[in-house]
Design a protein around this ligand. Sequence first.
Ligand SMILES: Cc1cc2nc3c(=O)[nH]c(=O)nc-3n(C[C@H](O)[C@H](O)[C@H](O)COP(=O)(O)OP(=O)(O)OC[C@H]3O[C@@H](n4cnc5c(N)ncnc54)[C@H](O)[C@@H]3O)c2cc1C
Length: 374
Amino acid sequence: MSANYDVVIVGGGIAGLSLASALAGKCSVALVEAEQTLAYHTSARSARQLIPSYGPPAVQELTLRTLELIAAQDADRPEPVLSPRSFMLIGDDAAVREQASGHMRPISHAEAMELCPALVPDSFTAAGLDTGSFACNAPLLLEDHRRRAEAGGVDIITGARVHSAQRLGSGWELGAGQEGFQAAVVVNAAGAWADELAVLSGVEKVQLQPYRRTAAIVDVEHPLPESCPMVAAADDSFYFRRDGGQVLISPSEHEPSGPEDAQPHPGDIEALIARLNSLTTLGIRGIRTAWTGLRTEAADGVPVVGFDAEARGFFWLAGQGGYGFQTSSGIAELAADLILAGQGAAAVPGGAQAAGPASRTAEALAATRWSIRR
Ligand SMILES: Cc1cc2nc3c(=O)[nH]c(=O)nc-3n(C[C@H](O)[C@H](O)[C@H](O)COP(=O)(O)OP(=O)(O)OC[C@H]3O[C@@H](n4cnc5c(N)ncnc54)[C@H](O)[C@@H]3O)c2cc1C
């Protein structure tokens, strides 16, 4: 006997959880996660920074909307999810000039040195600063979405990998672990596994590619001041930021991978430590912990959000790449509008192709992608 829902969300990372919280109380929803714990994969492995100047135009719009939505909720939370932390790019003149527009303004070498005194002065010639950037308490945001979802009646099932999905009458039937589900809409929030989930559902892939990215928390002789921005190389070869008395560092690698529980490659962090010890006065002494996650991208780098044009009731919520947290609430709002607009029009939510209530985020995304099949 299958349990029956309006919407089954597959994937319990930030994408699936933020949509579950946006839909809670508005229709019947189950969220199904393969792992025993929520947010086990990429959503537990981010650098926890939201950067308005980062990414293509649609991502930047979604980031601004996400910041608005999270800030509004922060007003009612005892502990805020967001805290101000600027984002600074350093590099040569040409590389910085290319990116220092819009939300990022060029700053002088002296200003950059003042903001991050740990930089070796001749390690860069130009800098840009995004003061609208925020640190994100990712565990708190994830937990808040889980709590709001459950309070709104969403059933969250962990340790249940979806192994089969097929169209049945006007909806879908899914098998997950030992359980069965029926739903009018299936949401594919399966991260690095999103194309695999499409294939097992008989839906054409959208050619998503997971890319590895590693980060580590390191001990340093000279901790960064609390006011220090997150610092990234304009050529995308590293970034670092303060993490209490330690420092988070990343080699910013972008290496293709299959969907898997990614782990650091030996030597990657050690090579970065040697480099950062020449570019900064941090004096990195050792690695506390290191991890790797998968940033899953479509070919054009824009998240894949919307009903599949061919497979009725199959909704994509994938390809968030390196922007999954900074776009999460904006994308969830947009996705919930689309799913609920479909539900209003017919007994089956899956009919919608156009955006529901016009919103800035919908327009931003519509400009670059609406039809999931290009
Ligand atoms: C090192 C690093 C730093 C990053 N820094 C930032 C940052 O500062 N800011 C930012 O915005 N983003 C950042 N990101 C990107 C961000 O972490 C991702 O975009 C985001 O976590 C993706 O979330 P997701 O929910 O799509 O995927 P995931 O968190 O991977 O969730 C997908 C879930 O689907 C489940 N699943 C898959 N197949 C099935 C199935 N068949 N049945 C049931 N469940 C299934 C998986 O088990 C998984 O839990 C970073 C990423 C990395 C790796």
